[in-house]
Design a protein around this ligand. Structure first.
Ligand code: NAD
Length: 254
C-alpha cells in the first residue's frame, strides 16, 4: 500500500498491531528531533559542525580522542536538555497496553527509557555510561567531574558506551534484535533513514519473516518503496500518537 487515505491507512495499521502476536518498533534519530536532538540531516544542526564521518568513527577517536571529545561534549549538552516527546510517549503507551513487545532503538539518548518503556534494545549503546579504553572499567556520566576528556583511575581516556562507525554492535543487542525481527508479525519503523548498517537489515529480516512493515518518516527512505507496506509521511510526534490512539480505540471496543 502506498500513499493514500491517511485515515484508512491509520485504521489498517492499528488493526495490524492489535492482531499481531509480536510487534516491534525500530527507531532512529528522527523520533528525537522533536525533543530537540538533531538527526544527521537537520539543517544548522550539530552535524554541520561535526561531520559524522570525521568525528564519529572509532579510528578518529583512537587517533585523536581529545578532538572527538569536543563532539561528545556538545552532544551531551543537547541530550541533557532533551525530554521525551509525544512519539516516545505513544510507544510507551503501546508497550503498557501489551501490544509492543520491544523497541529497538538506534538512539543513544535514553528518551524511550525515560518515558517508561518496558523493553528497549539499545542497538548503538547509550551515552549515560562510559568505559575505559584500556581496562574497560565502567563509569556513570553523572558521577564524573569536569575534566575533558575524562580519565579512568588507571590514567587512560574514557569513551562513552556508544557505537561509533567502525565498531561492532553490542553482541547481545545484535542477537536479540535479529532474533525478534525474524519472528515478529509487525514492525514500526520510525524516524530512520535506514542508511546505517546493520540496523537497516532489521526491516529486511522482518519482511522476510512475513511481518507487516509500517513506516513513519517526514520523507520517503530507501525502505519506502522496497519493504514498507504502509507509509505515513509526517512528524513522528503526531503520527505515532494518532496510531496509538487508534489502537487504544480498537482495544476499548473489544
Ligand atoms: P538519520 O539522521 O540518518 O535519519 C533520520 C531520519 O529521521 C530521516 O530519514 C529523517 O527524514 C527522519 N526524520 C527527521 N525528523 C523527523 C520527525 N520529526 N518525524 C519522523 N521522522 C523524522 O538517523 P538514523 O537512521 O537513526 O541513523 C543515524 C545514526 O546516528 C544512528 O546510529 C543514530 O543512533 C545516531 N544518532 C542518534 C541520535 C540520538 O540519539 N537522538 C541523534 C543523531 C544521530
Amino acid at each position: 500500500m502506498g500513499l493514500g487515505n491517511v485515515e484508512i491507512m491509520s485504521t489498517t495499521a492499528a488493526e495490524i498491531i492489535c492482531q499481531s502476536k509480536l510487534s516491534l518498533a525500530l527507531t532512529g534519530a528522527g523520533i528525537s528531533v522533536e525533543s530537540g536532538i538533531p538527526d544527521f540531516r537537520s539543517r544548522g544542526g550539530l552535524w554541520e559542525r561535526f561531520d559524522p564521518m570525521e568525528y564519529g568513527t572509532i579510528s578518529a577517536f583512537q587517533a585523536n580522542p581529545e578532538k572527538v571529545w569536543t563532539m561528545f561534549q556538545e552532544m551531551e549538552k543537547i541530550i541533557r536538555r532533551a525530554r521525551p516527546n509525544p512519539a516516545h510517549k505513544a510507544l510507551g503507551r503501546l508497550q503498557h497496553m501489551g501490544l509492543l513487545h520491544t523497541i529497538i532503538t538506534q538512539n543513544i539518548d535514553n528518551l524511550h527509557q525515560e518515558e517508561g518503556a518496558t523493553s528497549v534494545i539499545e542497538y548503538h549503546g547509550n551515552s549515560k555510561t562510559l568505559s575505559c579504553i584500556s581496562c574497560d572499567r565502567q563509569y556513570r556520566l553523572e558521577k564524573l567531574g569536569e575534566e575533558i576528556p575524562p580519565r579512568c583511575t588507571c590514567g587512560q581516556i574514557l569513551k562513552p558506551d556508544v557505537v561509533l562507525f567502525g565498531e561492532a554492535i553490542p553482541p547481545r543487542a545484535l542477537r536479540e534484535s535479529h532474533e525478534l525481527a525474524s519472528s515478529c508479525e509487525a514492525l514500526l519503523v520510525i524516524g530512520t533513514s535506514a542508511q546505517v548498517a546493520p540496523a537497516n537489515t532489521i526491516p529486511l529480516i522482518a519482511k522476510k519473516a512475513g511481518a507487516s512493515i509500517i513506516e513513519i518518516n517526514v520523507e520517503p527512505t530507501l525502505l519506502t518503496s522496497s519493504v514498507t507496506d504502509i507509509f505515513f509521511q509526517g512528524r513522528a510526534g503526531e503520527l505515532v500518537t494518532k496510531l496509538a490512539d487508534e489502537v487504544e480505540g480498537i482495544m476499548n471496543q473489544s
